[in-house]
Design a protein around this ligand. Structure first.
Ligand SMILES: NC(=O)c1ccc[n+]([C@@H]2O[C@H](COP(=O)([O-])OP(=O)(O)OC[C@H]3O[C@@H](n4cnc5c(N)ncnc54)[C@H](OP(=O)(O)O)[C@@H]3O)[C@@H](O)[C@H]2O)c1
Length: 324
């Protein structure tokens, strides 16, 4: 119902900020939870004055979580980590904190909980990320059985990690790594479609207890995605096949500095393991189609933000037009 309060954990993140926008567009008030609200003021223009409240809370802390849920009619958990260490381990954030939020939501009598997981979440997975996402889903089911679980494939949008990262790498590297030969399949999904699905779940009781797999209109191999990025950014780069074992070794050395310095590694051993499985929607799953959301294509959105990586930047199209 308009003006009702929804708590969003992970609101400052890539997916979270679009969920905040989708919720305010529906008229909800949003309590945007993050650890450093002083750095999250960019969220405020996503709503009217006073519609979004920033709250400092750490999801590792039981009291913080309970306080964040006070008076909320619904909650969304879009917090997560892809690379973890120390108190921010994959187990602590993706698994334990997900269960903590679910139990606290039930205790606080929150009507709906939407949990953002990931395609491939599996308690038996070889990748620690996929395994902890699976454990998180299990904890959410146990803590809040009516929760809606959203499992996106690779998510794209202006602030994404995948397209922006490889486009940035292509600026200075002579070759891009085709990990495992580049055969892994993805079904990239637009962040706006993920946010729309989450916002719908907040207000549609018919979705309670279901798991949705969110993918875009097309599947691509890892190689096809890199070729698309190179074409869009006007770069000619070698795509160098890298067997999984060699990529794993590279990940081992690249992740090392991140254990002592607060930086995100370019590649980790676990990300290489994750690439061993396809990341696509399974047959028979609930999808965006069941929500009447027409998935948006990579080709429509990604060029609107990858132009920054083109040698001619925003003048790329001026040159193209002049040539005709
Ligand atoms: N991006 C993708 O392609 C993709 C694909 C499939 C699934 N997912 C899932 O979608 C969710 C969001 O991903 P994302 O790409 O938006 O990640 P992101 O940009 O890294 O955002 C992660 C969010 O989690 C919050 N967070 C982490 N540790 C926290 C803690 N201890 N206490 C409170 N908040 C904490 C961060 O808040 P701070 O500002 O406080 O750090 C941030 O808002 C994750 O569950 C991820 O597994 C993402």
């Amino acid at each position: 119902m308009p003006n009702d309060l929804v708590t969003v954990f992970g609101a400052s993140g890539f997916v979270g900020r679009h969920i905040v926008r989708a919720l305010t567009a529906q008229g909800f008030r949003v309590r945007a939870v993050c650890r450093k609200p002083n750095l999250a003021n960019y969220l405020l223009p996503a709503g009217h004055v006073g519609q979004i409240q920033l709250l400092k809370a750490n999801i590792n802390n039981e009291e913080d979580v309970a306080r964040a849920l006070e008076g909320a009619v619904a909650a969304v958990n879009a917090a997560g980590v892809l690379f973890g260490h120390g108190l921010q381990s994959l187990e602590a954030i993706n698994a334990d904190a997900s269960g903590r939020i679910a139990r606290a939501a039930l205790k606080a009598d929150v009507g709906t909980l939407v949990h953002v997981s990931a395609i491939g979440a599996d308690t038996q997975a070889i990748s620690e990320y996929a395994r902890t996402k699976g454990l998180g889903e299990r904890a959410v089911h146990e803590g809040f059985p009516r929760a809606v679980i959203m499992r996106p494939s690779l998510v794209f949008g202006p602030e994404d990690a995948f397209f922006n990262r490889f486009a940035a790498m292509a600026r200075f590297l002579p070759a891009l790594p085709l990990i495992g030969g580049g055969k892994t399949k993805f079904q990239p999904v637009f962040v706006g479609d993920v946010a729309a699905a989450v916002a719908r779940a907040v207000s549609d009781p018919a979705m309670a207890g279901r798991t949705y797999q969110l993918g875009g209109p097309k599947t691509y191999t890892f190689r096809a995605l890199l070729e698309f990025i190179l074409a869009e950014t006007g770069r000619k780069r070698l795509l160098m096949p890298l067997p999984f074992w060699l990529a794993g070794l590279q990940g081992f050395f690249l992740q090392m500095p991140s254990f002592i310095l607060p930086i995100k590694p370019m590649l980790t051993v676990d990300q290489v393991r994750l690439l061993k499985s396809d990341n696509i929607v399974q047959d028979g799953a609930f999808t965006l189609d069941d929500l009447d959301i027409e998935p948006t294509s990579v080709e429509k959105i990604v060029p609107t933000y990858l132009w920054r990586f083109h040698p001619k930047g925003q003048f790329r199209d001026v040159q193209r037009l002049a040539a005709h």
